[in-house]
Design a protein around this ligand. Structure first.
Ligand code: UDX
Length: 452
């Protein structure tokens, strides 16, 4: 017998990383998905997507205690055989940019069906990012309607937002900086707190547990992602101001700002803008939600507008440097939304390609160390795909650095000069030493212009 048994309903980044981390710590986990291929991969000990350290952890579980992590195609069975169920389904963005709660709704129904057959108290924890009111008014209500059970008496309900970033999901799951528990009632919150006291042990000395109501916890997650996005757009706004004055460098400016103990320089990296599966989706979702309640968030609109405009800015900078780009070959170094992933969701490269094409540029070559394939699914034949840095630069008349992969960090001015037809380089992520590159080739960087 294990002290805890948990069903994880949804096997994306949050779900599978939690499942693996829990199982690795002697907690019995029944994950569930409706995707047969994914389930059989997980049962074979194979991670269905790449995430740092996940495969190693799954290997370890498979070798030592395979019974601790199983994946079922039947969520009801998974719920019935466990004491705690965590909803880790995706909440994608709809066409109108509001949140799509379809997967949350169907999972709540499945929990309701299971609880109808269960007599013991069961704790339900929403861990997906959901707009305020969802845990109580959608999840809690549907479970009650379908099961006939009473929240607070027959089942508990919590909302625990998740802050993990791609590429760091395992580390973030094992070492969070805080745990936020939104609770329907004291009993629900206490049960989840006990579970995490067991799971985290000593780590909790440096990691406060904050307890609050369901809606506050739901809003914490948006507060978090919106502030991080705001910091990035703020740095980009100042990059644009810095470009009004010769030789002001945004990197130095943000370093100076970030050293203020109240601010920190993290997420003040100016560049070609944020992408990824969360920032756009969440800023848009909370904006659409607040609009539906009659409040128009001017700040969040500005955050998104500034971010989108960075694609226009980098193309403007490229034209200042290389002249009309229309009949030139343009290279994009990096396509993924950040280094270390092949994820193209909302990647800045997409906006840059669209902007280049709006200006009539047809000859665009892209190269990414990991994301060429996923980029092709997203961008199709809008660009050509190179198999190496050298091939990407060959014959090019202007290169735009879009993703700051380590592979690009080691390039020297001579590399660009050797491979490119005309070695115009625009640094969209402030990867290169400005003085070194600026003195060696026609060079521009976001957030700094030269004294002519
Ligand atoms: C983010 C949050 O960090 C995480 O807490 C949340 O749970 C999910 O969303 P993620 O999207 O995986 O995680 O990546 P992150 O490392 O935060 O970067 C997001 C984007 O912001 C990337 O496109 C990155 O290039 C950009 N960024 C980040 C900047 O442009 N400047 C910065 O200073 C930092």
């Amino acid at each position: 017998m294990y002290k805890y048994s948990v069903s994880i309903l949804g096997t994306g980044f949050i779900g599978l990383c939690s499942a693996a981390c829990f199982a690795n710590k002697d907690i019995k986990v029944l994950a569930s998905t409706h995707n047969e291929k994914k389930a059989s991969m997980i049962n074979d000990g194979i991670a269905p997507f790449y995430e740092a350290d996940l495969q190693e952890m799954m290997n370890d579980i498979k070798a030592k205690k395979p019974e601790l992590l199983q994946c079922l195609l039947d969520p009801i069975k998974a719920i019935l055989e466990t004491d705690i169920s965590m909803i880790t389904q995706g909440t994608p963005m709809r066409e109108d940019k509001s949140i799509n709660l379809g997967y949350i709704e169907s999972t709540a129904r499945e929990i309701g069906e299971a609880l109808k057959q269960k007599n013991n108290y069961h704790l339900v924890v929403v861990r997906s990012t959901v707009v305020p009111g969802t845990s109580r008014n959608l999840v809690g209500r549907i479970i009650t309607e379908v099961s006939g059970k009473i929240p607070g008496k027959d089942f508990g309900l919590c909302m625990q937002p998740e802050f993990l970033a791609e590429g760091r999901s395992i580390e973030d799951t094992l070492k969070p900086d805080r745990i936020v528990i939104g609770e329907f009632d004291e009993k629900s919150g206490a049960m989840l707190q006990e579970f995490y006291e067991y799971f985290y042990g000593d780590h909790l000395k440096n990691c406060p547990i904050l307890r609050m109501n369901l809606e506050s916890a739901e809003l914490v997650k948006y507060g978090n992602n919106c502030l991080l996005s705001t910091k990035i757009s703020y740095a980009n706004e100042f990059a644009n101001l810095a470009q009004l004055v010769p030789n002001v460098d945004i990197v130095q400016v943000m370093k100076g700002v970030g050293l203020d103990y109240r601010i920190s320089d993290r997420f003040l990296g100016a560049g070609v803008g944020f992408g990824g599966s969360c920032f756009h989706k969440d800023v848009n979702a909370i904006r659409a939600w607040s609009k539906s309640k009659g409040y128009h968030s001017r700040l969040l609109k500005a955050v998104l507008d500034i971010n989108d405009d960075q694609a226009i800015r980098i193309v403007d900078i490229a034209e200042e440097l290389a002249g009309d780009l229309k009949n030139k070959r343009i290279t994009l170094l990096g396509l993924a939304f950040k280094p270390g992933t092949d994820d193209m969701r909302q990647a800045a490269s997409i906006r840059v390609v669209n902007e280049l094409r709006n200006r009539g540029v047809k000859d665009i070559v892209g190269y990414d160390p990991k994301a060429n394939e996923t980029a092709e699914l997203e961008l199709g034949n809008k660009i050509a795909y190179a198999n190496s840095i050298e091939q990407a630069l060959k014959g090019s008349e202007c290169t735009l650095l879009i993703t700051e992969w380590d592979d690009f960090k080691t390039l020297t001015p001579d590399d660009f000069k050797e491979y490119m037809k005309t070695p115009n380089l625009v640094d969209g992520r402030r990867l290169y030493n400005y003085d070194r590159f600026n003195s060696a080739l026609p060079f521009r960087a976001i957030g700094r212009i030269n004294l002519e």
